[in-house]
Ligand binder design. Structure first.
Ligand SMILES: Cc1cc2nc3c(=O)[nH]c(=O)nc-3n(C[C@H](O)[C@H](O)[C@H](O)COP(=O)(O)O)c2cc1C
Length: 253
């Protein structure tokens, strides 16, 4: 049994879609092929992989209550490909969105269900995950906590000559459990999805979210996006840079 898992986020790095896709992949049995779909250059390679696959798992972000636009040309090609080849493929979708409620992904699920219907392939259901940005926060927290545990180990070697202090690693273990508790809904629904993929069963539509109260989620998301905008957009390059006036094209010219 071959399963093709496609990360459809346009982000090169740190995409929540890629993270959830890899998490699902851990529990999927048989031959697995992980793909990244960002540009038209990826289309033929992925269609080639799909040609001998039994299952396709799309993992994608929700954009403007729908499927990201860069994915549409690929879906058109895949529709033609599946109809011409009379393909028998099971399709599962994992969608994640910025708002906390996973239910926001419902229109995207319907779009993908219609796509399967038109392509003559089998819609097996999907998982909608709310608070996708927290996937990155969770990953960053795990790395930061690991750094702190390592630092405390080095300090204990220098100060006390103790080569394996247990305390920092017990604290790190507790921190891992706390982070996993935030994602327990996603992990549970993800394992269930993988079980359905392995048994070629229908999954239905399920929605989950990061296990944080909404008011704390908003604060975390604001901090995350501010840090990202500083590093990626740059305060000085982005916020305070001189903007070129937009050219207004007169209707007469
Ligand atoms: C152009 C654009 C449109 C978006 N539209 C929505 C939306 O309609 N609803 C929502 O909850 N999140 C929306 N988001 C947020 C993304 O779904 C969210 O950040 C997601 O976690 C990104 O996943 P990725 O890291 O896999 O790309 C939008 C983001 C972008 C860039």
């Amino acid at each position: 049994m071959k399963t093709v898992l496609i990360d459809c986020s346009p982000r090169k790095r740190l995409s929540a879609s890629g993270f959830i896709m890899r998490l699902t992949g851990l529990f999927v049995l048989g031959e697995k092929k992980k793909e990244k779909l960002r540009t038209p250059a990826d289309h033929e390679r992925i269609l080639d992989e799909i040609s001998d696959a039994e299952t396709v798992v799309f993992s994608m972000p929700l954009y403007v209550d729908g499927v990201p636009s860069h994915l549409l040309p690929f879906l058109k090609k895949m529709e033609m490909f599946c109809r011409e080849q009379n393909k028998d493929i099971n399709v599962y979708v994992i969608a994640n969105n910025g708002f906390i409620e996973g239910k926001q992904n419902e229109p995207l699920m319907r779009i993908m269900e219609n796509f399967c219907d038109r392509s003559g392939i089998k819609w097996c259901g999907g998982l909608g995950v709310g608070g996708g940005v927290m996937m990155n926060v969770m990953r960053i927290l795990l790395v930061v906590f690991l750094g702190i545990a390592l630092l405390r180990t080095i300090l204990s070697v220098i100060n006390e000559g103790l080569f394996f202090p247990v305390r920092p690693w017990i604290v790190y273990g507790k921190q891992i459990l706390e982070v996993l508790a935030l994602g327990c809904g996603i992990i549970t629904f993800d394992i269930w999805l993988a079980v359905c993929i392995n048994r070629k069963k229908e999954y239905g539509k399920h929605y989950t979210r990061i296990m944080l109260p909404s008011f704390i989620f908003i604060i975390c998301a604001d901090i995350f996006f501010t840090i990202i905008s500083v590093f990626q957009g740059g305060i000085f390059r982005g916020w305070f840079s001189k903007k070129k006036p937009t050219q207004i094209i007169s209707p007469r010219s």
